[in-house]
Write a protein that binds this ligand. Structure first.
Ligand SMILES: Nc1ncnc2c1ncn2[C@@H]1O[C@H](COP(=O)(O)OP(=O)(O)OP(=O)(O)O)[C@@H](O)[C@H]1O
Length: 284
């Protein structure tokens, strides 16, 4: 039995990982309420258990990565948190509120934002209009975006600032479909940030990016609001090492380890399950 199993079963929380959590507290934070608390979450597809009793507690501002081999259950876990999928059992709380029965739109308005593995921006709309649309959707105003010039102007000004933050201001008026893959992924990130989320879920944001795009991505991530908790699902070990303070390693749906990043990436079980193909000298 791994000495990390307590942490994997209980919480993520940097230096606190490995201890039993005080009731209602995110380890290593001293704060009363975690932003996200998952308890014993399970999801089966027929005879396959994709997520098998995962528990996780993240404080505000967490920088947490979920890593693991293909098919480990990482995207399923994000789907369960975002509300696009429902667990068979277990509980999910956002800021103490039970969100298990809420749909993705409600969860989004409560502060959960996400970006997907594939770019999702509307190809025919400009980068700017994509962010305006995302922001309008987030605030749930339903109708009238184009009928209220004042509202539209406000959202446009805010959207331009968002694009500037991710380095896309120079292409603001270009159709999203004309942008490079890396630019479209940054556009998705800007869209996810348009509601200033409490919890940001990032599904392989570095996939398919050039080194220059990855540097830009890391720069954007480093400047995220310090109160926004982030769960990063990522295969790119350098991005994980540079961004995450804590890591959960999933293998066959189970949380193998939850620990501070350096400790998790150096552990032999992790190297076997996840970093097998990475030569020792490249492990961060
Ligand atoms: N809707 C579904 N129906 C049936 N099986 C599914 C469904 N979604 C996921 N699975 C299965 O659940 C397991 C976990 O899939 P998931 O996509 O969560 O893994 P992952 O860790 O994100 O993998 P990758 O790194 O390749 O994206 C896989 O075996 C997958 O085939």
């Amino acid at each position: 039995m791994s000495r990390y199993e307590d942490a994997a079963a209980g919480t993520a929380g940097g230096e606190g990982a490995g201890r039993a959590p005080a009731p209602g507290k995110a380890l290593g934070t001293g704060r009363a309420e975690p932003v996200l608390q998952l308890t014993d979450v399970r999801r089966r597809f027929g005879s396959l258990t994709a997520v098998d009793g995962v528990s996780l507690s993240l404080p505000p501002g967490a920088r947490h990565a979920v890593i693991g081999p293909n098919g480990a259950g990482k995207t399923t876990l994000l789907n369960l948190i975002a509300g696009t999928d429902r667990p068979d059992s277990g509980t999910l709380r956002l800021d103490g509120t039970d969100i298990a029965r809420l749909g993705p739109g409600r969860r989004n308005r409560l502060g959960i934002a996400r970006s997907f593995q594939q770019p999702t921006a509307v190809a025919e709309l400009s980068a700017l209009d994509n962010i305006v649309l995302a922001s309008w959707r987030h605030h749930g105003t339903g109708r009238g975006l184009w009928r209220s010039p004042r509202r539209h102007r406000q959202l446009t000004e805010r959207a331009l600032r968002r694009l500037d933050e991710v380095g896309l201001a120079p292409v603001a008026h270009r159709p999203a479909g004309a942008l490079s893959h890396g630019q479209r992924r940054l556009l998705d990130l800007a869209a996810a940030l348009s509601g200033t989320p409490r919890l940001l879920l990032l599904d392989e944001p570095a996939a398919g990016l050039t080194d220059t795009d990855i540097a830009r991505l890391l720069d954007v991530l480093a400047r995220l609001d310090t109160d926004t908790a982030v769960i990063l699902v990522e295969h790119h070990s350098e991005v994980v090492a540079r961004f995450a303070r804590t890591v959960t390693v999933l293998a066959a749906g189970r949380a193998l380890i939850t620990a501070p990043t350096r400790e998790a990436l150096a552990h032999p079980e992790v190297r076997e399950a996840y970093l097998e193909s990475v030569p020792a000298e490249e492990t961060p």
